[in-house]
Write a protein that binds this ligand. Structure first.
Ligand code: SAM
Ligand code: GLN
Length: 286
């Protein structure tokens, strides 16, 4: 059997990824080969006997070598699907996680019946823009201010806003937390802040350690950003407005406690992800 067929190349790549302990070996091998061939993953199965050119094999082998260095597939192919939309990503942004869809989805559900005027949203730490751009895509009457300290992340978020045709409904600000939004009020403040404990930063899964450190490090107890966001949010919320933040596993109780301590919110809700982990804390302003 020929060495240069789709089928042979896939098995070879899968074997080397498996040998390196990558548990999504076959899937990754397929996604990367589909990327090289500019085709859909499932199309590979229809053409298993197709022969690759030397050039294609070289590109594929290169990608597999980089995957063996634990670079995430999303960075290798340059995009990641979130809420059914294909967001551009680079190593300058956190790769949007499926768990984070709970935040986007929950906010969309709570705002579905909002009418009369535009819904104003603030997204603190927007990264690729995935959360707030997908909310804008699903809610025609929403507009957003998105903040990040990383100028490079904002470039990607701007690119995504253009890609999904929402540039006229979103403004981007480079700065820390609420600082660029002084004096403004919103109906919703959303954030997926860095929440990994500083002490865990050196023991991250190898793929996660290729992501920007400033996107992950949440300080000694992982709660640094929640303290600041929860303290400031009431000043930036309209009456009846709400705050919705993603939290790490086991952080929901501590975050609810921080919210209650402000005395500025009337009630909270905790939304779970598909693994039944408490993933989002939402709090309504008094
Ligand atoms: N919202 C994106 C998502 O959910 O995929 C990215 C979330 S990532 C966990 C946190 C983001 O917060 C990063 O883009 C990081 O650059 C940004 N960030 C870190 N410190 C910040 C600060 N002081 N002010 C604003 N953004 C900050
Ligand atoms: N969800 C990320 C992880 O997989 C952490 C993102 C964050 O700090 N907000 O660890």
């Amino acid at each position: 059997m020929k060495e240069n067929t789709i089928s042979k190349q896939l098995s070879k790549a899968t074997a080397s990824l498996e040998a390196a302990g990558i548990d999504t070996a076959r899937l990754d091998a397929e996604v990367l080969l589909a990327y090289v061939l500019n085709s859909r993953r499932l199309a590979l199965y229809v053409h298993v006997a197709q022969e690759l050119t030397d050039e294609q094999i070289k590109r594929y082998e290169n990608l597999i070598l980089r995957r063996l260095e634990r670079i995430p597939v999303a960075y290798l192919v340059g995009h990641k699907e979130f809420m059914g939309l294909n967001f551009a990503v680079t190593p300058d942004v956190l790769i949007p996680r499926p768990d984070t869809e709970v935040l986007a989805q929950g906010v969309i559900e709570h705002l579905q019946d909002f009418s009369g005027r535009a819904i104003e949203i603030a997204d603190i730490g927007t990264g690729s823009g995935a959360i707030c751009i997908s909310i804008l895509k699903f809610l025609d009457n929403a507009i957003a201010d998105a903040v990040d300290v990383s100028a490079k992340a904002l470039d990607i978020a701007r690119f995504n806003a253009e890609k999904f045709n929402v540039t006229d409904r979103i403004n981007f600000y480079e700065g820390s937390l609420f600082e660029p939004l002084a004096g403004k009020k919103f109906d919703v403040v959303i954030s997926n802040p860095p929440y990994v404990l500083s002490g865990d930063m050196d023991n991250l899964q190898p793929e996660i350690s290729t992501e920007p450190r400033i996107a992950l490090d949440g300080g000694a107890d992982g709660l640094d950003f929640y303290r600041q966001i929860i303290d400031a949010a009431p000043n930036f919320l309209n009456d009846d407005g709400f705050l919705a933040v993603e939290v790490g596993a086991n952080q929901a109780d501590a975050v609810v406690k921080l919210i209650n301590e402000t005395g500025a919110f009337s009630y909270t809700q905790v939304w779970k992800d598909l693994a039944n982990i408490e993933r989002v804390v939402a709090a309504w302003k008094k």
